[in-house]
Design a protein around this ligand. Structure first.
Ligand code: NAD
Ligand code: ZN
Length: 387
């Protein structure tokens, strides 16, 4: 054993038996079971997961919020870090022993989207919540002891000691970086910081409102602070989030439950007409409308980061856009994962973003149900599970 990794020679090309946290039905407690993980096939990578955390998207999937996306048994989890155990045929840029972060929104590098600077979508490996199998052969690489296949989740399935992913969904990280904190780059922090930098392009001296202060919203705050925004208003119905928020760039806080008037009116009064940028990080339609209305007429920009249940339409009338307010959404903060994340990781190592602050709890993998409860209860920002 080396770094918790079995000697590669012992496992390369072999089926690995290991522990996974399996979801058997919507909201049913995770069951830690032994599973079989097949070797990586063409253009795939098998990773020994060392750390995984829990994002609200895992919570929504576990609860089966979007019925059409339900599939069981399934291995959820998409925010993680680990070490490459082996690679499949044709993988050139990743080798065994590499320190890596899996990304749910991959970058194949070859498709029209990957070749276009305007988007971080990817035809082959972009995020697809309906995808439950590998793109190569339409099959799963996971099975129960009795042989029943277990479905994949968001290209990553990190609630397992070993996982198989498309090489387009693997980002190599500087081996000097702490894998513990790099876990956050796998989803929440990249999404939030990227929304501030790549999508809104927040300017120094500007005003910002962030709705929902989980890891994603707090990452927006970190990103806006790093860009020199002077007023960063944090909106949350859980006042406990304000303590963390103030340590991470939030300058003003609003609990909507403390006011009779709508939040956007408070924000417009505080900012002389509205903020330059607002970010919706809760995945709630009414919150999105408040975020939209809290920006300044003429130039205000609202960025949607929250995942909204289906069926849902934008909570605004088309004519409301004639006020000059703009609305846009982002997956993974607009980062092209493979090409841009290594550099973002370096910036984090230099302290541009304080990653440590996001990890509020750490637990052994076996306590995954407890970790989910911490997120449900609004107690954790990110709970890091040690595999
Ligand atoms: P989280 O659960 O940690 O945080 C959500 C926060 O919203 C909580 O602090 C909660 O108290 C707050 N909230 C709930 N109702 C509210 C309301 N009415 N007004 C204001 N705040 C309210 O979640 P997270 O992991 O930070 O994720 C946030 C959202 O972003 C989720 O919808 C998640 O699915 C989504 N997400 C999107 C992407 C992407 O690529 N776009 C990536 C990751 C997560
Ligand atoms: Zn996520």
């Amino acid at each position: 054993m080396e770094n918790g990794l079995r000697k590669p020679s012992e496992t390369t090309g072999q089926v690995i038996s290991c522990k996974a946290a399996i979801t058997w039905g919507p909201g049913e407690p995770f069951v830690i079971e032994e599973v079989k993980v097949d070797p990586p096939q063409k253009m795939e990578v098998r990773i020994k997961i060392l750390f995984t955390s829990i994002c609200h998207t895992d919570l929504s999937a576990w609860q089966g919020e979007n019925e059409a996306q339900r599939a069981y048994p399934r291995i959820l989890g998409h925010e993680a870090s680990g070490i490459v155990e082996s690679v499949g045929e044709g993988v050139m840029d990743i080798k065994k022993g590499d320190h890596v972060v899996p990304i749910f929104n991959g970058e194949c590098g070859d498709c029209p989207y990957c070749k276009c600077e305007k988007t971080n979508m990817c035809e082959r490996a972009g995020v697809n919540p309906f995808m439950t199998v590998m793109v190569n052969d339409g099959k799963s690489r996971f099975s129960c002891k009795e042989g029943k296949p277990i479905f994949h989740f968001l290209n990553t399935s990190t609630f397992c000691e070993y996982t198989v992913v498309e090489s387009a969904c693997v980002v190599k990280i500087d081996p000097d970086a702490s894998l513990k904190t790099m876990t956050l780059l796998s989803c929440g922090v990249s999404t939030g910081v990227g929304a501030a930098w790549n999508i809104a392009n927040v300017k120094a001296g500007s005003t910002v409102a962030i709705f929902g202060l989980g890891a994603v919203g707090l990452a927006v705050a970190e990103g806006a602070r790093a860009r020199g925004a002077t007023k960063i208003i944090g909106v949350d119905i859980n006042p406990n989030k304000f303590i963390k928020g103030r340590a991470m760039g939030i300058t003003d806080t609003i609990n909507p439950r403390d006011f009779e008037k709508p939040v956007h009116e408070c924000i417009r009064e505080m900012t002389g007409g509205g903020v330059d940028y607002s970010f919706e990080c809760a995945g709630i339609s009414e919150v999105l409308r408040e975020a939209f209305l809290s920006t300044h007429e003429g130039w205000g920009l609202t960025v949607i980061l929250g995942i909204h249940t289906s069926p849902k339409m934008l909570p605004l009338h088309p004519m409301e856009l004639f006020t000059g307010r703009v609305i846009i959404a982002t997956v993974f903060g607009g980062f092209k994962g493979k090409t841009q994340l290594p550099n973002f990781a370096k910036e984090c190592m230099q302290g541009v973003v304080n990653l440590e602050e996001f990890i509020t709890h750490e637990l052994p993998f076996e306590k995954i149900n407890e970790a989910f409860q911490l997120l449900i209860d609004g107690k954790s920002v990110r709970c890091l599970l040690h595999l």
